[in-house]
Ligand binder design. Sequence first.
Ligand SMILES: NC(=O)c1ccc[n+]([C@@H]2O[C@H](COP(=O)([O-])OP(=O)(O)OC[C@H]3O[C@@H](n4cnc5c(N)ncnc54)[C@H](OP(=O)(O)O)[C@@H]3O)[C@@H](O)[C@H]2O)c1
Length: 253
Amino acid sequence: MPDLFDLTGRVAAVTGGSSGVGQAIATALGSAGASIVVVARRADALADTVEAIEKTGGKAAAVEADLATYAALDKVAQKISTPFGDPDIVINAAGINLRQPVDEITPQSWDQTIAINLAAPFFLARALVPAMRHKAWGRIINIASLQSERAFANSLPYGASKGGVAQVTRAMAEAWSRHGITCNAIAPGFFPTELTEPVFGDKAKAAEQAERTAIGRNGRLEDLYGTAIFLAAPASDYVTGQVIFVDGGFTAK
Ligand SMILES: NC(=O)c1ccc[n+]([C@@H]2O[C@H](COP(=O)([O-])OP(=O)(O)OC[C@H]3O[C@@H](n4cnc5c(N)ncnc54)[C@H](OP(=O)(O)O)[C@@H]3O)[C@@H](O)[C@H]2O)c1
């Protein structure tokens, strides 16, 4: 039997690879043998991810880009394809949550959230799909959220974007799966990152979220490794259009 979880020879582009969930997934795919291109704005943080992957014997490169300007993502796609060739795997993990109370949401903050969390994953993936179609093999993995299914306070545009990510994942699968490109999403529960600092910085709030899971604790970034490798690897050949919750059973309760 072929190694169902081997990514040797594959190239993976990971947006949000400078931090948190994206950095964790970049590390996981690098350890499974893929060459990694991390994409975000902060050069120093991207360099840290590249160095960490290289230290474990992997190959990695960084592309600095602001994904909010999603009309320019064709150019970003070209830069992503430069270090190791066209990506076979795209992880859309860049994201923001501005945590504004409903009355403080502005057209600008709404647009910014939708641009980064929802529009950029589609336009970047679409720019990279032609090369995957040519190879008749590809993987697109979006990052959804508990808020794809549930409403949390002070997060209305974020929730709208993440509900959209779940649906865009199904629509991408409808459009591209017949060309050998599977499209799925990982929906993490609560994981400690810069984005969730307002939760994890408050022990009571963090404990409250942990209590809402079936397992009884919040996520650790390494809890995402297995699902990310699975969805990127041949093991998931017949899985497409799915949102997989890695949430300790939060949504099961
Ligand atoms: N942490 C959780 O518990 C959790 C739960 C559910 C879903 N998620 C999702 O996981 C994804 C990653 O979040 P995280 O928790 O890892 O947060 P994080 O640590 O704050 O990481 C966010 C990433 O997005 C990048 N980013 C933000 N704005 C960008 C822009 N305009 N252009 C390019 N890159 C941009 C950041 O890089 P730069 O600042 O360097 O640009 C950073 O790498 C998000 O989609 C989030 O919604 C997280």
